[in-house]
Design a protein around this ligand. Structure first.
Ligand SMILES: Cc1ncc(COP(=O)(O)O)c(C=O)c1O
Length: 384
C-alpha cells in the first residue's frame, strides 16, 4: 500500500463508487424463470418455449451416444483447456489448421473475447440497431461505444455501415442471416463490403443460423478468410445441432487474429461433454440437419399462411424463426400467450415494438401456437 494512501475508515463506503459509469448504467438482461414457476405464475397447463430458437429435435444421435459413453467418474478431470481434439476435427472438416479455430462457452463468450482483444477505451464497434443484441451489450458494459446502424428493408445496410466506420472502429459485426429479421447479405454484397472496408477493421460474420439456409446465393464466409485476413466467422452448436445446454460455439479466422483473441480467453471454459458432443456431430450428423431444415421450412410456410389469413404483417426470411406484427403491445401479447402455455419473444427489446418473434418448430407445437395466437387476435379484434 502506498504510504500517502489511507483507506477510508467510513463504515458506509459506497460500493457504487467502485463501479464504472458504463457498468452502473448498463441494464442487465433478465433471463426467464424456470418452466414450473412460469406455469404457476400464468396458470398455464404446459409451456412451449418459442422464444430462444432452440431445436426441438435435440442433438443428433452421434452426440447423444458420445455423451452417454463418457464415464461419469471422468467428470472429476478438467476438460481439455483449448478444445484440442475438437479444433483438430473442425480443421479437418473445414480445411483450416486447428490453430485457426477458437472454441468458447457458446459463441457469446467469443464475442466478449474478441471485443476484449481488439477494443480499448475510445474505440468503437459498428453493427445494426436491430440484430442480436449481445454485440451491443458486451461493448457497452466494457465501456466501448456501440455504433448502431439502422436496418434498411429489414437488412444490414452496407453503405450506412461504411459511413459510420472511423479510425477507432475496431470490430464490425454482421449477423448473416440476421436474427431476428432472417435477411442475409448474398455473396456479392459481402465481398463488396469487405473490399471497401479494407483490412483496418475486424469484420465478424456471425453465422449462428447458417445451417438452416439453403438459398444458392448465401455465402459461406469461411471461404473468404484466405482472401480477407481480417474476417472472423462465428458458428455455434446451440441452434441447428441442439446443444444449447452445453454452451459451445467457436470462431475461425486468420492466424494473427485468432492468436490475439486467444490471449483474452478463459482456459477451461468449455466443458468436456460439450467438446465430445460437438466433435461427434461434426463427424456425423446422421441426417439431423436435413430433418431440422425440413421441419423449419414446413413451419415457416404454415405460419406465413396463418399470418396472411389473419392479415398481419410478418417478416420471415432465413433462420429458425419468424416475426409477426401484433395489433396490441407486444409485452401484453406475450402475457396473453403465456396464459395459454406459449412463450414467444416480445420484440420491444430488439427495437421492434409491437412485434413478436416465434421459433419455428415441430407441427404439433406450431398448431398449438396457431390456435392460441388466432384466439388472442380474435379476442383483441372483438374488443376494439
Ligand atoms: C445471431 C446469434 N449469434 C450468436 C448466438 C449465441 O449462440 P451461443 O448459444 O453459441 O452463445 C445467438 C443465440 O441466440 C444468435 O442468435
Amino acid at each position: 500500500m502506498r504510504e500517502d494512501y489511507t483507506p477510508s475508515s467510513s463504515a458506509a463506503a459506497p460500493i457504487e463508487e467502485l463501479v464504472p459509469d458504463y457498468v452502473r448504467n448498463f441494464q442487465a438482461y433478465v433471463p426467464s424463470k424456470p418452466d414450473h414457476l412460469l406455469m404457476r405464475e400464468y396458470g398455464a397447463p404446459f409451456l412451449h418455449r418459442l422464444n430462444n430458437n432452440e431445436n426441438p429435435l435435440g442433438p443428433p444421435p452421434a452426440a447423444r451416444e458420445a455423451i452417454a459413453a463418457h464415464p461419469v467418474e471422468r467428470l472429476s478431470i478438467y476438460p481439455n483447456g483449448d478444445s484440442f481434439e475438437l479444433r483438430e476435427a473442425l480443421g479437418r472438416r473445414f480445411g483450416f489448421p486447428a490453430e485457426q479455430f477458437l472454441v468458447g462457452n457458446g459463441s457469446t463468450e467469443v464475442i466478449t473475447s474478441i471485443i476484449k482483444a481488439f477494443c480499448g477505451q475510445g474505440d468503437n464497434i459498428v453493427t445494426a440497431d436491430k440484430t442480436f443484441a449481445v454485440y451491443e451489450w458486451v461493448a457497452e458494459f466494457s465501456g466501448i461505444e456501440a455504433r448502431l446502424v439502422p436496418l434498411r428493408d429489414h437488412a444490414f445496410d452496407p453503405e450506412a455501415m461504411l459511413a459510420r466506420l472511423d479510425r477507432r472502429t475496431k470490430v464490425v459485426f454482421v449477423c448473416n442471416p440476421n436474427n431476428p429479421t432472417g435477411t442475409y447479405w448474398p455473396a456479392g454484397v459481402l465481398v463488396d463490403f469487405l473490399e471497401r472496408v479494407g483490412e483496418r477493421h475486424i469484420v465478424v460474420v456471425d453465422e449462428a443460423y447458417c445451417e438452416y439456409v439453403t438459398k444458392a446465393g448465401y455465402p459461406d464466409a469461411m471461404t473468404l478468410i484466405g482472401r480477407f485476413p481480417n474476417v472472423v466467422v462465428f458458428r455455434t452448436f446451440s441452434k441447428m445441432y441442439g446443444l444449447a445446454a452445453l454452451r459451445i460455439g467457436y470462431m475461425v479466422g486468420s492466424a494473427p487474429v485468432v492468436d490475439a483473441v486467444r490471449r483474452t480467453c478463459n482456459t477451461y471454459s468449455v466443458n468436456t461433454l460439450a467438446q465430445i458432443a460437438a466433435k461427434a456431430v461434426i463427424a456425423d450428423d446422421g441426417g439431423h440437419v436435413e430433418r431440422s431444415r425440413q421441419m423449419v421450412q414446413e413451419a415457416r410456410a404454415y405460419l406465413s399462411k396463418l399470418f396472411d389469413a389473419l392479415e398481419l404483417p410478418g417478416i420471415g426470411g432465413e433462420g429458425s424463426y419468424i416475426m409477426v406484427k401484433v395489433p396490441i403491445n407486444d409485452t401484453l401479447m406475450y402475457r396473453r400467450l403465456m396464459r395459454r402455455g406459449i412463450m414467444v419473444r416480445s420484440m420491444t427489446g430488439f427495437r421492434f415494438p409491437g412485434w413478436i418473434r416465434v421459433t419455428l418448430r415441430e407441427p404439433e407445437v406450431m398448431a398449438c401456437f396457431a390456435e392460441a395466437f388466432s384466439n388472442e387476435i380474435k379476442a383483441v379484434r372483438q374488443a376494439s
